[in-house]
Write a protein that binds this ligand. Structure first.
Ligand SMILES: N[C@@H](CCC(=O)N[C@@H](CS)C(=O)NCC(=O)O)C(=O)O
Length: 154
């Protein structure tokens, strides 16, 4: 019996490319969380009294500029990478040109990596903002294409 045909989106390069870039970005978010924990330990700045008590006393339940920076980087990831997980997946099923799709995913991936390095590394402005924009433009492009396809099929 002949094998069932594999949908183009699965057999082509688009979905694997999306899965690779998006999963690497999720792993990157885990790394930011680990770094946040390390900075908390180094700066003795804990979010919870029980953690502060274990590491020296209640006075260490406090905020710290470097911990806050890690938290802002993580929050910005949540504002941008989570939507990408949705947009990129739906876009992958619109049968885009594989090269164009790769460029979209790669820009998001590189933009978000540089954004994190710029944020945590306190790189000179506007490095972080440029990285943010580089990652957001392909997301806007994917959103527009999804909206267009949805409206076309109403
Ligand atoms: N929630 C963001 C919205 C705008 C945004 O994401 N801007 C980028 C480029 S300037 C950023 O890195 N913002 C810093 C941040 O979210 O902590 C903010 O408050 O800034």
């Amino acid at each position: 019996m002949p094998a069932a045909p594999v949908p183009a989106v699965v057999s082509g390069q688009v979905l694997p490319a999306f899965l690779l870039c998006s999963t690497l970005l999720v792993v990157k978010m885990y790394v930011v969380a680990v770094i946040t924990g390390q900075v908390r330990l180094r700066k003795k700045a804990f979010a919870n009294p029980e953690d502060a008590l274990r590491h020296g006393g209640p006075q260490y339940c406090r905020s710290d500029p470097d911990v806050d920076r890690c938290l802002r980087a993580h929050r910005n990831d949540m504002e941008t990478i989570y939507p990408f997980l949705f947009l990129g997946l739906v876009y992958s099923f619109l049968e885009p040109n594989p090269f164009v799709a790769w460029v979209h995913f790669l820009l998001v991936f590189l933009g978000r990596m540089v954004h994190t390095v710029a944020y945590l590394g306190k790189l000179r402005a506007p490095t972080r903002s440029l990285a943010y924009t580089v990652a957001q433009l392909p997301c806007a492009s994917m959103a527009l294409q999804i909206i267009w396809e949805a409206v076309r099929h109403l």
